[in-house]
Design a protein around this ligand. Structure first.
Ligand SMILES: Cc1cc2nc3c(=O)[nH]c(=O)nc-3n(C[C@H](O)[C@H](O)[C@H](O)COP(=O)(O)O)c2cc1C
Length: 326
């Protein structure tokens, strides 16, 4: 049974990727993911703010030592980049410790000085870079088009600095997901991760306070991902698709691949069921393939992507549902 898949131009032994999370924030955690059978890992994100705070530290020191060029060089060389240095070290050590692909991750909302630091992650040995671009639409005066332009522009800035494959992890708050997805892939994104899951606050009605909602997803949340993987795959998007949010069981892995995903990313299910759950998902995927006489992932990838006549399909579902309820 051939479970290999090609993601961002990398060969993975199976399509189950441990998504960016605390599991992938230490070398020990990454080794655990590899031992548990993951096809690849996406590292815990380095946040744009962390990179910027390092740059500010550097600026502070260079101001103080402005009068002495040697001290200035010393400060620039040795005191700069604590956060970046730690992250670079994580990549280096992880590369030495496991033989699965290591995808670095940057969480960002703005372009700027920090983008040039992406190259340091490449130089440390990252096999690819995932950009979690979270431009949140909280300002009513910013038009959707401007937000989308900003997302593409951030991607372009980073793409200029590195030669490794770059993927983009998107949220699902776009008016036309298909349009932004195609714009990014045409701009050179090697893959799209659908979707980022935002922390959803809720309200504690007894104390009348805004409180954080659950950090973990439930399986039912995967329908949006399934819909868009399916639609984009049917429309022939020229990049890899990775399904994230609500992939909890082997059946979900099968569904997302049938819809057109190349890989799935898992987090919440590992927090709920432990790292050993990767082996259950791999075994379940293999069992399903055996039952349906498939020898490789490619034989069924995209087999159930959306019908080409998407509009009719979507509208008919509503009609049918109305009839079911009557
Ligand atoms: C504790 C925790 C930490 C996370 N940290 C990051 C992060 O640093 N960067 C990122 O892009 N996503 C992060 N995520 C989001 C996950 O990568 C994933 O997109 C999300 O949990 C949805 O997938 P799931 O349903 O499999 O959990 C985090 C999720 C959790 C639960």
């Amino acid at each position: 049974m051939d479970l290999t898949t090609s993601y961002l131009g990398l060969k993975l032994k199976n399509p189950i990727v441990v998504g960016s999370s605390t599991f992938t924030g230490t070398v020990e955690g990454i080794v655990n993911c590899a031992k548990a059978g993951a096809g690849a890992v996406v590292l815990k994100s380095l946040f744009e703010e962390q990179i910027l705070s390092d740059i500010k530290k550097e600026e502070g020191y260079t101001d103080i030592y402005n009068s002495n060029p040697d001290a200035d060089l010393y400060m620039k060389t040795f005191l700069r980049g604590n956060e970046i240095a730690l992250y670079v070290n994580l990549i280096r050590e992880a590369k030495k410790s496991v033989d699965i692909p290591i995808i670095a991750s940057i969480n960002c909302a703005d372009k700027g000085e920090w983008t040039s630091f992406a190259k340091e992650l490449q130089d440390a040995g990252a096999d690819a870079l995932e950009l979690n671009i979270s431009v949140s639409p909280f300002d009513k005066d910013i038009a959707s088009k401007n937000i989308e332009d900003e997302v593409v522009s951030i991607f372009n800035e980073v793409k200029k600095t590195v030669t490794i494959p770059v993927s983009v992890k998107l949220g699902n708050h776009f008016t036309n997901i298909g349009n932004i997805a195609f714009r990014l892939s045409m701009a050179g994104a090697a893959g799209l991760v659908l979707f980022n899951r935002f922390y959803n606050p809720t309200i504690d009605i007894e104390n009348m306070k805004v409180v954080p909602g659950s950090a973990l997803s439930v399986e039912e949340e995967n329908s949006d991902t399934l819909r868009w993987i399916s639609l984009l795959s049917a429309q022939g998007i020229p990049c890899c698709l990775s399904a994230s949010t609500g992939v909890h069981k082997a059946e979900d892995v099968v569904r997302q691949i049938l819809a057109g995903a190349t890989t799935v990313q898992v987090c919440s299910t590992l927090y709920r069921n432990g790292m050993k759950h990767i082996a259950d998902m791999v075994a379940g995927l293999e069992g399903w393939m055996k039952k349906h006489n498939f020898n490789s992932i490619n034989e069924f990838k995209g087999k159930c992507s959306a019908s080409a006549d998407v509009k009719v399909f979507e509208r008919l579902q509503y009609l049918r549902r109305n009839n079911d309820l009557n």
